[in-house]
Design a protein around this ligand. Structure first.
Ligand SMILES: Cc1ncc(COP(=O)(O)O)c(C=O)c1O
Length: 383
């Protein structure tokens, strides 16, 4: 007798992660691949942070659970970060440390929406959102953005869509485009959501990795917004699986109970390590300068190879490229690139089912040498 599987678990795989594991397997079998695919820094935590990790495990070999929403000193440190970075006073009760921002997403979606509610995603978008929403039986409406609005939503775009929704997820800076939402646009988006009773979730995972102007937090413009952030990107603690969320005051109690029941505690050692990471922003900022050098190199060299329609890449470490001049099947194109040129990129379908057949995401989170070698290989491959 076949026993049923749930319908809601039948979500699409996360293609970018499949590429990550394929690249790892092919490298293990000796293939020399340059990957412009991964969404993670090529740098590890600063040495002083790793030294603290060793010290903590020696001092406390048990490493038991912490409070479900994280240790008080780390939450206080995060509050200070909001004061220093954005001049925002955030009550520590509103801060929950989470198992990376992915864990924070589950808490946010459960804290804000019921099954059957509707959440808007603006395309192109980070692929896991739709799959998390589907797994939680939350309906999705998709709103296409374009170059005209820097691939980001505006209040006019939401209004003009005529669509009804209970919530919206915005990503600033964006994965996959690196595009940022300007301060006035963000203020208007927050006001539009408040006026229309729409709960905004602002994914601020790439804050700190910006090249022209610092990103603004949506917390500045609304008390109703849920903000998610992570130690995986700017703080280069990707595998330590730690992030945080700022909840509206009236949601904090429910999020705490959910966190207790769903996760018991975020990773203990990671919390001590993350607290130390705040003290080494000089090194973390030097990583950002290296991403900037990569971005500038690619921006100069990719157009001559045919990758000319590049997104604005004001933050994060991605270009999103319209490659309709090269292919109308980005997936097959990326596959051939991997097989023949040994360069990995991420086809756009994950980010935008409608237009992803002719778009590609290029990550420049690697080394400058990798950027140069990738361009040289592509030049030979594309002739
Ligand atoms: C926009 C965005 N949000 C969230 C995440 C999830 O990151 P983590 O779970 O490591 O915090 C990612 C990872 O790539 C991302 O790009």
């Amino acid at each position: 007798m076949t026993i049923k599987l749930s319908n809601r678990s039948d979500v699409e795989n996360f293609r970018a992660l499949s590429i990550l594991s394929e690249v790892a397997e092919r490298r293990a079998s000796g293939e020399n691949i340059i990957s412009l695919s991964p969404g993670q820094p090529c740098f590890g935590a600063p040495e002083a942070v790793l030294a603290k990790a060793r010290e903590f495990t020696q001092k406390d070999p048990i490493q038991g659970y912490t409070a479900a929403i994280g240790t008080l000193p780390l939450r206080q440190r995060i509050a200070r970060y909001y004061k220093d970075t954005y001049n925002q006073d955030i009550a520590v009760e509103r801060i929950a440390v989470t198992t990376a921002s992915s864990g924070g997403f589950i808490l946010s979606l459960l804290g804000a929406f019921d099954a059957g509610d509707t959440v808007a995603l603006t395309l192109p978008t980070y692929p896991a959102y739709k799959n998390m929403l589907r797994a939680l039986d939350i309906n999705i409406v998709e709103i296409e953005t374009s170059k005209e609005t820097n691939y980001q939503p505006t209040s006019q775009l939401l209004e003009a869509s005529g669509k009804k929704f209970d919530g919206i997820i915005i990503t600033n800076p964006s994965n996959p485009t690196g595009a940022m939402i300007g301060e006035d646009t963000l203020r208007n988006l927050c006001a539009w959501c408040d006026t229309n009773g729409v709960r905004m979730i602002s994914d601020e995972a790439y804050h700190g990795i910006t090249y022209e102007t610092p990103a603004q937090t949506a917390l500045k413009f609304s008390d109703n917004v849920i903000v998610l952030n992570t130690f995986s990107k700017y703080f280069a603690l990707t595998g330590w699986r730690l992030g945080w969320m700022i909840t509206p005051s009236d949601m904090a109690k429910n999020v705490k109970s959910l966190a207790e029941n769903l996760f018991v505690s975020p990773p203990t050692i990671s919390q001590f390590v993350a607290q130390e990471a705040f003290e080494h922003t000089d090194i973390l900022d030097s990583y950002v300068q290296q991403y900037r050098a990569n971005r500038d190199y690619l921006r100069e060299h990719l157009p001559a190879l045919g990758f000319s329609d590049l997104s604005s890449a004001q933050g994060a470490f991605y270009f999103y490229v319209d490659v309709h001049n090269l292919t109308n099947n980005a997936e097959e194109f990326c596959r051939r690139m991997l097989d023949e040129a040994h360069v990995a990129m991420t086809p756009g379908l994950d980010f935008d089912p409608g237009r992803g057949d002719h778009t590609i995401r290029i990550s420049y989170a690697g080394s400058l040498d990798d950027m140069k070698e990738a361009c040289s290989r592509l030049q030979s491959w594309l002739g």
